[in-house]
Write a protein that binds this ligand. Structure first.
Ligand code: GLC
Length: 551
């Protein structure tokens, strides 16, 4: 039985265009990715999340599609994609794709037709207003780069709505034809063999936009409908959504019918992400403890997706201004490291001063918290960012495979590359690359492999409960536990720089030959749990006992 596979998955996200280029044209492609599946299998990931794969003018890195039924020709063909699904499945890896249907590119044939005439069959697929809407300058997602949410279109002689950039007109979800088309798109890719979707901008998909109303109503029933449709077409497909909303609204996105989730299976845990950043900045576990306490109870079948880094900025907007400033001071001290007044456009290793102990600590903590971990490509080798690139491109540089020219990403001329590789400094590809790390048991990459495999032997993390162990602990130390039918894991993470001794003797009764399964160094054996050492920035994953299911 492998239903709820997604609660035990390790998800790895990547952009095909910056991963591996097989034909030397400077752009990564599907064949290149197929060639790297063994690497991904060895790393232990079980699910790939591919950023948009459709044809696109690429003004927002593919989040502006012109054809939802096709593959960006730079990446290959639909045939290549089907082959990728087959090859990935052979290695036990599932594939989910970005479903970016809140909007299209303004070059999408639907929009081209819609704006051309009020009589176009696609006119009502977008959101129009004959008058300038009063909320024209409200609700921008990209402050500084986006100045309005309603723009005037001279050809259409009307205003159109765009929650994101002006070249991304919103589809009209009040129109049943649009809803039917979205279901058709979903069916198409499920039929081809994807295991689900990462739903882009979920809160805006359900928005029934009314010109002039910045708080337009939301139709959550559309999510119920999508879930049912997906599950009828493919029983084990998953919907993982981006919904960066207030915590009290989250439960509505999961849905709940008689205790079972009936809308989205998974949500990215943006709240936890912000709190983790704060905890790391302050060397203090309190924000994580708060996050665990504030987590709403989830209906059966619902899961969180945890992350430290994704393809966007680290979004600190859910922290208070003071908390945000603390994180900025530590991890984004220069103005050029920040974006949209709310985020940081850096990778993790440079933010932590390339300090191996702190990188391990941060990822060990993320992977041990409830839910399914999502890892961004390149983090497993400690890649850096290129702040000379605009906006979020700073963290979208090509994967660093080897010492070869262009980091082994492509054989094209360096000027032809989709984005420059990082080629100097401590994060340059001659220092940070897969080849250098794969044969070295002490490398960060080898550590990630070990950590991921250890996690996969502890399904209670994804499927069980996660609780803070509320005993008196030295400052900086977080103790939490995961309980499930497979047993109990106990975790110690020391966010502070000082060595500490922890007394977890109260757990002794429950323990059945407890052992360390992952640590930052060799410690004295666990023994009676009442004198556990944990070094500054150290961590210990301890298996306390095995459950009936595995004994
Ligand atoms: C989501 C994506 C982001 C994109 C935006 C518009 O927030 O994560 O990268 O720019 O949607 O589609």
């Amino acid at each position: 039985m492998n239903d709820r596979w997604y609660s035990e998955a390790v998800v790895y996200c990547l952009d095909i265009d910056t991963y591996a280029d097989s034909n030397g044209d400077g752009v990564g492609d599907i064949q290149g990715l197929i060639g790297r599946l063994d690497y991904l299998a060895r790393l232990g990931v079980t699910c790939l999340w591919l950023h948009p794969i459709h044809p696109s003018p690429n003004r927002d890195d593919g989040y502006d599609a012109t054809d939802f039924y096709n593959i960006d020709p730079r990446f290959g063909t639909l045939g290549d994609f089907a082959e990728l699904l087959h090859q990935a499945a052979n290695r036990g890896i599932r594939v989910i794709i970005d479903l970016v249907v809140n909007h299209t590119s303004n070059e999408h044939p639907w929009f081209v037709s819609a704006r051309s005439s009020p009589d176009s069959p696609y006119r009502d697929w977008y959101v129009w207003s004959d008058q300038e809407p009063a909320d024209r300058f409200q609700g921008m997602v990209f402050p500084g780069e986006q100045h309005e949410t309603w723009s005037y279109d001279r050809t259409a002689k009307s205003w159109y709505y765009h929650r994101f950039y002006r070249f991304q007109p919103d589809l009209n979800f009040s129109n049943p034809a649009v809803r039917a088309e979205i279901k058709k798109i979903i069916s198409f890719w499920l039929q081809l063999g994807v295991s689900g979707f990462r739903i882009d901008a979920a809160p805006f998909i359900i928005e029934l936009t009314e010109p002039g109303n910045p708080n337009s109503p939301k139709d959550f029933e559309f999510l119920t409908d999508l879930r049912q449709h997906v599950q009828w077409r493919r029983g084990d497909a998953v919907l993982l959504a981006e919904a960066n909303v207030e915590p009290d609204q989250l439960v509505a996105y999961f849905g709940d019918r008689g205790g079972s989730g009936n809308r989205l299976h998974m949500l990215f845990d943006f709240m936890l992400n912000g709190r983790l950043m704060l905890a790391l900045a302050r060397h203090d576990p309190e924000p994580v403890i708060d996050a665990l306490r504030d987590t709403p109870a989830l209906p059966y079948g619902a899961s969180w997706a945890t992350f430290l880094r994704n393809h966007d900025e680290i979004d600190l907007s859910r922290l208070t201004a003071e908390q945000r400033n603390q994180v900025f001071e530590k991890f984004g001290p220069d103005e050029e490291m920040r974006i949209y007044d709310r985020g940081i456009r850096r990778r993790f290793a440079p933010m932590l001063g390339n300090d191996r102990r702190r990188i391990e600590l941060a990822y060990a903590l993320q992977f041990s918290l409830r839910g399914t971990p999502v890892l961004r490509y390149g983090e497993e080798i400690g890649m850096g960012e290129d702040l000379s690139l605009p906006g979020r491109e700073s963290i979208r540089t090509p994967m660093q495979w080897s010492y070869k020219q262009n980091a082994g990403f492509s054989t094209a001329d360096p000027e032809q590359l989709v984005r420059p590789v990082i080629d100097s400094g401590e994060f340059g590809y001659e220092t940070v690359n897969v080849t250098a790390q794969r044969g070295d048991p002490g490398s960060l990459l080898s550590w990630f492999e070990r950590m991921i495999r250890t996690l996969r032997e502890a399904p209670e993390v994804g499927k069980g409960t996660c609780t803070h162990i509320d005993v008196v602990l030295p400052p900086g130390v977080l103790a939490h536990r995961a309980d499930g039918s497979t047993g109990t894991m106990v975790f110690l993470h020391n966010l502070g720089p000082d060595d500490a001794t922890v007394d977890l003797g109260s757990l002794y009764e429950e323990a059945d030959l407890p052992i360390d399964v992952l640590t930052d160094r060799r410690y004295r054996p666990v023994g009676k749990l009442d004198e556990l050492q944990v070094a500054g920035y150290g961590y210990r994953w301890i298996r306390l006992c095995r459950g009936d299911a595995v004994s």
